[in-house]
Design a protein. Structure first.
Length: 247
């Protein structure tokens, strides 16, 4: 990725632009015993994932750790090179309702642990709206994270929760969609974030940063042992279609 900064010498106004060079991303239906050759793991824990528990599905166990916050210790983030424009989709089943603040799972566009965009189903605290289940578009730039868009989800089943997510990248614009009722995708929102050398993929984790809102709420509520709950997320597929010029 080439980063171009243009500055007006009179007003000192500046803007950043990126020119990205990349190869075509590759979809995966998770029909084999291991992920395809296009994938790489970040902080792989072999005991925390498998493709044999439910054939045709990638299972990742939520473990303590996240990339949102200061610790940057999330395990089993599955990524591939995706440094072009693209549309990525996944359909997943979450074994149980997310009841622990900080639990989150979904699609991530990743530069590094401090610069990313993620579209997730999560449990979090939202001001007067309280703690609950959300579909949320989150971005982090130089270690500071922000919520770009969120939607509170209600009337979910207690187990085997179906969630489909779609994230569209066009330059530095990331647009998020979700489907939780089988009636088709709904627009969640978009954000403008400059990321370099982007990789895209999947994550499932539980925030463990003691400075995060989720962990603070858990301590206040006396979550204690409940914090050890480990949901299993099953991903049916990761489909990604590159656009623009690819090699």
């Amino acid at each position: 990725t080439a980063l171009v900064t243009l500055t007006d010498n009179i007003t000192n106004e500046s803007n950043e632009y990126v020119v990205s060079f990349g190869t075509r991303a590759v979809s995966d239906e998770f029909s084999g015993k291991i992920p395809g050759r296009q994938w790489n793991w970040i902080r792989e824990d072999n005991a925390g994932w498998n493709l044999t528990g439910t054939p045709g599905w990638l299972e990742i166990t939520m473990e303590k750790g996240d990339i949102q916050g200061s610790k940057n210790d999330a395990k089993n983030i599955l990524l591939q090179d995706a440094n072009t424009d693209w549309t990525a989709e996944t359909a997943m089943r979450v074994s149980k309702r997310l009841t622990i603040p900080g639990q989150n799972t979904g699609i991530v566009a990743y530069q590094d642990d401090d610069n990313f965009v993620k579209l997730v189903y999560n449990n979090t605290l939202k001001g007067f709206m309280g703690i609950g289940d959300y579909i949320e578009l989150i971005y982090e730039k130089d270690g500071a994270s922000y919520s770009a868009a969120n939607f509170r989800v209600t009337s979910l089943p207690p187990e085997n929760i179906p969630v489909s997510l779609k994230l569209v990248k066009k330059g530095s614009i990331y647009t998020a969609y979700y489907n939780i009722d089988g009636k088709g995708y709904q627009l969640l929102g978009s954000t403008d974030v400059v990321l370099r050398d982007v990789r895209a993929g999947l994550l499932a984790c539980i925030a463990s940063d003691s400075g995060s809102a989720g962990s603070l709420v858990s301590m206040i509520m006396g979550a204690g042992g409940v914090q050890d709950q480990k949901n299993i997320v099953k991903f049916d597929y990761f489909r990604i279609n590159s656009s623009g010029l690819t090699f």
